[in-house]
Design a protein around this ligand. Structure first.
Ligand code: UD1
Length: 375
């Protein structure tokens, strides 16, 4: 069976790594090709993750780079179509919800190639999020929908998806977390920054809804600077956030050391370094999807700076608090966490480090059933 695995942007790498590893255990049954669209291209947004996660170099890099949504999506589709025509895969696997996910799904389906979506069924119901559009388009087209939790299954069923397209397998991002937790721990990043465990917090922020509007970004950074009067903050800056903060004249909130009232910023970090910091943090402030899940497993409180989440399981079972982007509310919840005792959340069903193995078993089972039907 010939399979193309697709990656494009930072969160995809953690999701594909365990799938590739699981496929490598079936060399007689699966021949797999890794295609990187090149949506993310800076070494600290892409290559660093290949190095940290031990993923071999992509077989193909489409090198599409940045652009408007239409430009980027179109460039991926044009380049990926050529690969599909040359390679003629039996199956394309896409992960997550970035532009590469949707673009490769549409391209493959129009060529009559089957597509499987890993992390299917997540819904924020917020159509101002580009990722929600990507998720909806991808799921409506994909043949096989691998889900992480009961909310995703319910969403797909409510949209009329037949049961035989839905497979509850767990969470591949958590496979990677378990696989690399000890290695990350040994890096001991807090001590490299001179920080004590549980006496600092980490931040990520890059959603257009938070960082593209000067007033909103100013309000959020102001809340962070208030928190930074109480506790050191570590903030690896996404390129979009860095560019906007500079052009809006907001760099005065930042510092390259732990000054009280200012946020320590730096280049984006590799997977292991950031995991090492997050596992010992007092709390994580973020608008990322993946971090809501990782903090749930790490038992670290997460403040999500968004009005909604496509990952409600992290609030139902885990350590996630949805606070939106109101500066007062962000500070209020952070203050509560800083003064309170940690409440340990639970672990969602099947977030056990074996999701990728289940996916590969399922794919082989589907292939077997199809082959029997033909004979
Ligand atoms: C993308 C994903 C988002 C994901 C995020 C993780 C979409 C629609 N969005 O958002 O879901 O959470 O990745 O980081 O797919 N840039 C660089 N170097 C890079 C990549 C980007 O400098 O390697 C800069 C460029 O100026 C670019 C901007 O960042 O225009 C945004 O990059 P883009 O890939 O368009 O979206 P992200 O905001 O990274």
């Amino acid at each position: 069976m010939k399979i193309i695995n697709v990656v494009g942007a930072r969160p995809n790498f953690m999701k594909i790594a365990p799938i590739v590893e699981a496929m490598n255990t079936e060399p007689d049954k699966i021949h797999h090709i890794l295609v990187h669209t090149g949506q993310h291209y800076d070494s600290h947004m892409s290559q660093a993750f290949f190095d940290d996660l031990g993923i071999s170099e992509p077989d193909v890099n489409l090198g599409v780079g940045s652009g408007s949504h239409a430009e980027q999506t179109a460039r991926i589709m044009i380049a990926f179509e050529k690969i599909c025509l040359t390679e003629k895969p039996d199956l394309v696997i896409v992960v997550g919800d970035v532009n590469s996910t949707m673009a490769c799904t549409i391209t493959a389906k129009k060529l009559g190639i089957e597509v499987a979506h890993v992390e299917a069924g997540l819904r924020s119901r917020d159509m101002s999020m580009p990722e929600e559009i990507n998720r909806l388009c991808t799921d409506v087209l994909c043949d096989y929908l691998f889900t992480t939790d009961h909310f995703a299954i319910e969403n797909l069923k409510n949209e009329g998806v037949a049961d035989n397209r839905i497979f509850f397998v767990g969470n591949v991002m958590i496979d990677t977390l378990y696989r690399f937790k000890e290695k990350a721990k040994r890096l001991n990043m807090p001590s490299k920054f001179g920080l004590q465990p549980r006496q600092y917090a980490t931040i990520t922020l890059h959603r257009p809804s938070n960082v593209d509007d000067p007033k909103i970004l100013n309000g959020i950074l102001d809340a962070f600077s208030q928190i930074a009067r109480e506790i050191p903050l570590v903030f690896p800056l996404h390129p979009r956030t860095k560019k906007n903060a500079e052009s809006f004249g907001l760099s005065h909130y930042f510092s390259d050391n732990f000054e009280k009232g200012r946020i320590r910023v730096m280049e984006p970090m590799g997977y292991l370094e950031f995991l090492s910091l997050n596992m010992h943090a007092k709390m994580v402030l973020t608008d990322s999807g993946g971090l809501q899940e990782e903090t749930t497993i790490l038992g670290v409180p997460c403040i999500t700076i968004r009005p909604n989440t496509e990952r409600p399981i992290t609030c139902e079972v885990g350590t996630n608090h949805m606070v939106g982007n109101d500066p007062e509310k962000i500070f209020e919840i952070a203050a509560k966490i800083m003064s309170g005792n940690r409440v340990k959340g639970g672990i969602p069903e099947k977030w056990d480090g074996k999701a990728a193995k289940r996916i590969v078993e399922q794919i082989l089972e589907i292939k077997k059933i199809k082959a029997e039907a033909v004979n």
